[in-house]
Design a binder for this molecule. Structure first.
Ligand code: SP5
Ligand code: ZN
Length: 345
C-alpha cells in the first residue's frame, strides 16, 4: 500500500494541554508519526511519497473561509499580543456558548480563538498551520491515488483531523483530513462515499460536516460520550438531519470494551456501509482503542489490528486510510501497520 507522508508534520509540536486545572505535557506528539513511518519501512509496506503543495480549493470545500483565514494568521496574532508568547503554545480561554453571538468576529485574538475552538487541550503552535496543511495534502494525495484505481492508500498525517469541524478546532485537530479526502472523492465523481471512524473518540467534526448530507455516510465506533471525550456528541440517536437523515450512525461502546464486542460493532458498521453501496471508503484510523493507550479505555491488543484490516478489506471498497489518534507512542506504529497489512493480505 502506498503511503503519503510529509515530514512537516513535526512543525506542529505542542508543549502542554489543559487537563483538570493543570497544564500537562501533550499526548499528541511528533514521535507518533515517526514510529508509524519506521514500522512502514521496516515491514516494507510500500512506497512512501511526499505530495506537492496542498490544493487550497479542496480544503475550502470542507472548511469555512473565515476559519482558514484565522488559522493562517493565528500564530502571528498570538505573538503580536506579547512577544514572550513566542515561547508559549496558544490555548483558548473563552468560548461563546449557547446564548452568545457567533456571527461576530471580535477584534481580540483570544476571543476569536475561542469562537473557533471547543476545548483547551489543543495547543496551536508556530508550525501548526504548516503541519496541518501538509497533512491535508497527504489526505488529498491518498484520495487521488485511489481515484487512479489503486485499491487503497494511507495518509500518515498529524495533527489528526476528525474532531475538527467546518469552522472549529479541538481534540488535537485543526483540519479534517478524512472529510477533505471524502469531499475530494465526491468532487471527482464518486457518487456515494462512506466514512468509517474507528478512533476511540467520536469523530464529532466529521459528523458535523456531513450531518445534513445523503451523499457521504458517516459511521463511528467509539467510547460512550456519556463518559468519554468529546462528551457532547456521538450518541446513538444522532442519525443525520434533513436530507442526511439515516446517513449518520454512531455505535458507542462502554469504556472497558474488549475486541470481541468491538468487532461485533465493526461488523454491524460494515453491514450498514454495504447497504449504502458507496463507491469508496475513507477510514479514520485511530489506534487509541489499544489497551495500552494512556488517554482511552478500550482493550484491543496488537494482533487484533490485523483482524481489523482483514475485516475492512472484506468490504471490497477502494479505501483511503487517514491516521488519527493513538497515544501509546511506542506501539502506535505496529498497531497502525497491522491494520494496513491485514488489509493487504
Ligand atoms: C484525535 C484524538 O484522539 N483526539 C483526542 C482528544 C482527547 N482530548 C482529551 C484528552 C484528555 C486527557 N486525559 C488525560 C488522562 C491522563 N490520565
Ligand atoms: Zn482519539
Amino acid at each position: 500500500m502506498h503511503t503519503f507522508y510529509n515530514e512537516r508534520h513535526a512543525l506542529h509540536h505542542g508543549k502542554v494541554e489543559m487537563f483538570r486545572g493543570e497544564l500537562v505535557p501533550c499526548f499528541e506528539v511528533p514521535a507518533r508519526a515517526d514510529y508509524v513511518l519506521e514500522e512502514l519501512k521496516r515491514r516494507r509496506l510500500g512506497a512512501i511519497d511526499t505530495p506537492a503543495e496542498v490544493d487550497e480549493a479542496a480544503m475550502a470545500r470542507v472548511h469555512a473561509s473565515r476559519y482558514l483565514d484565522f488559522l493562517a494568521g493565528a500564530w502571528d496574532e498570538w505573538v503580536a499580543l506579547d512577544p514572550a508568547n513566542a515561547q508559549r503554545d496558544a490555548l483558548p480561554s473563552y468560548w461563546p456558548i449557547r446564548s452568545f453571538r457567533h456571527d461576530v468576529l471580535p477584534a481580540s485574538f483570544p476571543a476569536r480563538m475561542g469562537l473557533f475552538s471547543y476545548d483547551a487541550g489543543t495547543p496551536l503552535t508556530a508550525g501548526t498551520w504548516a503541519a496541518a496543511r501538509a497533512g491535508a495534502g497527504c489526505a488529498l494525495a491518498a484520495a487521488s491515488h485511489v481515484l487512479q484505481g489503486e485499491r487503497a492508500a494511507f495518509a500518515l498525517t498529524r495533527p489528526p483531523g476528525h474532531h475538527a469541524g467546518a469552522d472549529f478546532f479541538g481534540g488535537y485537530c485543526f483540519l479534517n483530513n478524512a472529510a477533505i479526502a471524502a469531499q475530494a472523492l465526491r468532487d471527482a465523481g464518486v457518487e456515494r462515499v462512506a466514512v468509517l471512524d474507528i478512533d476511540y473518540h467520536h469523530g464529532n467534526g466529521t459528523q458535523a460536516i456531513f450531518y445534513g448530507r445523503a451523499d457521504v455516510q458517516f459511521t463511528s465506533i467509539h467510547g460512550d460520550p456519556h463518559t468519554e471525550y468529546p462528551y457532547y456528541l456521538g450518541y446513538a440517536d444522532e442519525q443525520g438531519a434533513g436530507a442526511g437523515l439515516g446517513f449518520n450512525r454512531n455505535l458507542p461502546l462502554a469504556r472497558g470494551t474488549g475486541f470481541a464486542a468491538w468487532r461485533e460493532a465493526l461488523h454491524s458498521a460494515l453491514a450498514g456501509i454495504a447497504t449504502f453501496k458507496p463507491g469508496a471508503l475513507v477510514v479514520s484510523l485511530g489506534l487509541d482503542t489499544f489497551e495500552g493507550d494512556p488517554i482511552a479505555g478500550f482493550k484491543l491488543a496488537t494482533p487484533d489490528y490485523l483482524r481489523i484490516g482483514e475485516d475492512l478489506a472484506r468490504a471490497g471498497l477502494p479505501t483511503v486510510f487517514v491516521f488519527e489518534g493513538g497515544y501509546a507512542v511506542a506501539e502506535v506504529g505496529v498497531n497502525a501497520v497491522n491494520v494496513l497489512e491485514g488489509f493487504m493480505q
